[in-house]
Design a protein around this ligand. Structure first.
Ligand SMILES: [Zn+2]
Length: 249
């Protein structure tokens, strides 16, 4: 693949790069999106039941068990080369921000030490009433939701459900990084999910060089400085080599 000279120059000289990943990045690891109804992964996924607070309150045990099953399935999958390149980039360059819309934790498993998660993480929990965080540990039952150790309220998966706001601190950090970066790389984002979809536009307004990696056309095509059409797992390792002129660690 022949990359544009300007793209390589901007990436090499950037003081701050943002990588922004969406469902397409995880799809290459075998995770279909919630919106893809013809899949065998999110089996029996019904948004009203499994992705709303009222669905959870109506049947907490069932929802809790369903999330436990999905976590098990995710554990059997592995990050793909795009995740590994993003992790290597964060270790190589001085200021790299990783923002994701995915809840699967693949960036961390690939080696990223800091990730801004806009839609939460399926491996962590919080209580309903106060949002007290709780880590997954072996003592947490997959059958029944436990209670918060701080306030006694019911725990829930720490993911953003429909009609819920994005976690405020994460979104503030994401907006700030996007508006102040030199290069913004959108990977596998459909840009149909508001308000996360505003981040690349913030970046462009802030003067960043906007790169898109996606096998499909998206709303970003027109404003991106560079559209790399194809699978992120194939393009990102080539991009790494073109910029750094060394093998991916
Ligand atoms: Zn609590």
């Amino acid at each position: 693949m022949q990359f544009d000279d300007q793209l390589i120059k901007r990436l090499r000289e950037a003081q701050h790069v943002v990588f922004f990943s969406g469902a397409g990045a995880s799809a290459e690891s075998g995770v279909p999106t919630f919106r893809d109804s013809h899949n065998s992964f999110w089996v029996d996924f019904d948004a009203g039941t499994f992705a709303t607070a009222s669905g959870y309150y109506a049947n907490p045990d069932r929802v809790w068990q369903w999330y436990a099953e999905q976590r098990l399935k995710l554990r059997a999958l592995t990050p793909n080369p795009a995740h590994r390149v993003i992790a290597a980039w964060q270790n190589k360059a001085s200021n790299v921000t990783v923002i994701t819309q995915n809840i699967d934790g693949f960036h961390q498993r690939a080696g990223n030490h800091k990730v801004i998660e806009l839609h939460g993480n399926i491996g962590t929990y919080k209580c309903f009433d106060h949002g007290h965080p709780a880590e997954h540990d072996a003592n947490i039952s997959d059958e029944k939701p436990p209670h918060c150790q701080q306030c006694g309220g019911l725990l829930r998966p720490d993911v953003v459900w429909f009609s819920e706001e994005l976690p405020a601190e994460a979104f503030t950090q994401a907006k700030h990084s996007s508006a102040n970066c030199d290069v913004f790389v959108s990977i596998g984002c459909s840009l149909e999910v508001y308000p996360a979809s505003t981040l690349p536009i913030n970046a462009a307004h802030g003067g960043a060089y906007l790169v898109q990696v996606n096998p499909h056309a998206t709303l970003l095509d027109e404003i991106a400085d560079c559209n790399l059409r194809g699978k992120a797992g194939e393009i990102m390792p080539l991009l790494w080599q073109a910029v750094w002129r060394e093998q991916l660690p």
